[in-house]
Design a protein around this ligand. Structure first.
Ligand SMILES: [Zn+2]
Ligand SMILES: [Zn+2]
Length: 207
């Protein structure tokens, strides 16, 4: 489900032949919703902007969504020096484990309610939209895993897509939304483009 070399989730694009996959990084997610009912595992519905130009939606299990980027996967890399394919899944999982031990969490976003950067999981995302005027900047509405309140951040694409990479400063709206029902996608779009953002310096060691 998650491709560590592409840092993307694999989904099916209906415009492509059956069996063909499309690769979707977190910054191409648009809306994430936990489906009621399913609990073991929980299932999320993801609306995403596909490379074909359309939006589609797909389902992803909680474990794939949050732990796929950190788990051990069987992936091979063609070593051009030796001409052999080498397995690197274990090595990459080890690198991820060392980063977490150093206190560097793969993703962090700012919680306006608690006034601090929080370690978050992909399942904390609610809405994601590229900023129309700031190249490569992505607006994110997230539900804080600590307090449950919703905050709006403006981050670079790698901040979201590359686990363990963090922007030196994270921009956020000094505004509290309560829970996610207080923020529609239209409001999110308007506030992303009409508000001025505050900044918080990222304090994770990898930043
Ligand atoms: Zn598509
Ligand atoms: Zn919080």
């Amino acid at each position: 489900m998650y491709d560590v070399l592409r840092a993307s989730y694999r989904f099916h694009c209906p415009c492509q032949p059956a069996g063909e996959r499309t690769y979707v990084p977190l910054s191409a997610f648009r809306r994430l919703e936990r489906l009621p009912g399913a609990a073991h595992p929980a299932v999320y519905q993801v609306e995403y902007g596909c490379r074909c130009g359309d939006s589609h939606s797909g389902l992803v299990a909680h474990s794939d969504l949050d732990y796929g980027p950190l788990g051990q996967v069987e992936t091979e890399f063609r070593n051009l020096l030796t001409g052999r394919s080498e397995r690197v899944g274990g090595e990459m999982a080890e690198l991820a484990r060392m980063q977490v031990q150093r206190g560097n969490w793969p993703w962090c976003l700012y919680c306006a309610e608690e006034a601090r950067l929080m370690p978050v999981y992909p399942s904390c995302l609610l809405l994601v939209l590229p900023h129309e005027d700031a190249a490569d900047m992505i607006g994110v509405a997230m539900r804080c895993p600590g307090c449950g309140h919703t905050s709006v951040n403006l981050v670079s694409q790698p901040h979201l897509d590359v686990p363990f990479y963090h922007d030196p400063v994270v921009r956020y709206l000094e505004r509290r939304y309560g829970d996610e029902r207080d923020l529609t996608i239209e409001q999110f779009h308007d506030q992303l483009h009409s508000s001025s953002f505050d900044v918080e310096r990222s304090r994770f060691p990898g930043a």
